[in-house]
Write a protein of this length. Sequence first.
Length: 270
Amino acid sequence: MKKIIPILFILAVSTGFFTGCKKDKGEPPTLPPAESMTIDFSNFATAKKSLEFVSDDKGNANSNWAFAATAAGVWKIIINSTLAIPVLAFQTAIGKTPAYVSTKNWEWSYTVTYLNDVYKARLTGLIRTSDVQWKMYISKDGTNSFTDFLWFEGTSKLDGTLGSWTLYQSPLVTDALLQIDWTKSATGIGTIKYSYVKNDTYKGGFIIYGLTSNALNAYYTIHYFNNVKFSDISVEWNSTTHEGHVKSEDYLGDSNWYCWDSNKINTVCQ
């Protein structure tokens, strides 16, 4: 009986020790929402790449909607082309299971495929006192290979209500290109702001997207360089009916709203 007690004691202590180690890992940080890196451009699908007035195929003027779509489309091109790979890599992380690395430090590791090329993604999340520090490293084998390029990094509050990202242009041009600041409401993304931060002519431009409880419940605020100076453009629309209006004194000549209906056709503002 005396021999059994020490053995039981050792087992109890060992079990408690390993259980304690497991608990010390804590829980991994919650990833920011996928929407924290992408603005909704679905209401303004357009092939235009310059600010100009156009008419639709039926001859009905849709210049008001087209102007808004083209102004927003400049930012859509940046995300859908230059930054397509890191954005896809981040969105793929959601739903993956992270591995414990060290105290308060976790890592998501997986592959993504873009245009038939395979990329290895490694996202780290370090829990700090009041926020989480995120870093996304991406590698590619074969043609134009690169290893552990820090394509974006950022932070988010522990409660997931706001955060920011800094996205770098590419493994060949490593300049910071875009800063994204986002907030989250109880029902989803509250606001998201893209700021152009690369040190060139367009530095200082931005677009803000947000949702409200108004009849025109979605909006863009755009600060846009038109190759001469920066101009301001305001856009509001209904995300269900798709009607809306746009305002820009520099482009439209006054401070009035210019409206379109649910078919994107110009209409008199009420």
